[in-house]
Ligand binder design. Structure first.
Ligand SMILES: [Zn+2]
Ligand SMILES: [Zn+2]
Length: 137
């Protein structure tokens, strides 16, 4: 069991965190709920051992939303800027760290694209579209 230190923050910089945990999986989830909750093509979630999140700043700005359906979807986010932040799932079995919230390179590589058949209709064309380092001229 290798402990990995993950540190991250929200866009506005109010919330900062650090967690030392055991990483289990790193998934890109393409399900509809993850697309909605991120507003993007997929959620990039690092699934880890339940571990204490050390909130270095901004803990009062953290909000939690638990989707009231049968399947559980949760978003923990900065109430100032809306950025996704780590959270313990409702059953308390997994700590989920949104990879995009990490500062720097965590050195982890995604394991799987899950719920692939639910992916956005425009996803595959999107990733093969022309690559530009800035807005195209
Ligand atoms: Zn923020
Ligand atoms: Zn999902």
């Amino acid at each position: 069991m290798i402990l990995t230190e993950l540190t991250g923050s929200c866009l506005c910089g109010s919330v900062k965190y650090r967690v030392n945990t055991v990483v289990h999986k790193f998934y890109f989830c393409h399900c509809e709920q993850c697309r909605k909750i991120t507003g993007s093509a997929f959620a990039s979630n690092i699934l880890t051992e339940p571990s204490e999140i050390n909130w270095l700043s901004g803990s009062k700005k953290i909000k939690r939303f638990d989707y009231p359906g049968e399947k559980s979807y949760t978003k923990v986010f900065c109430s100032e800027c809306g950025s996704g932040l780590p959270f313990l799932n409702e059953r308390g079995t997994t700590l989920i760290v949104p990879a995009g919230s990490l500062d720097g390179d965590c050195g982890l590589i995604p394991d799987n694209n899950i719920f692939w058949s639910d992916k956005a209709a425009w996803y595959e064309e999107g990733i093969s579209a022309e690559k530009c380092d800035e807005f195209p001229a």
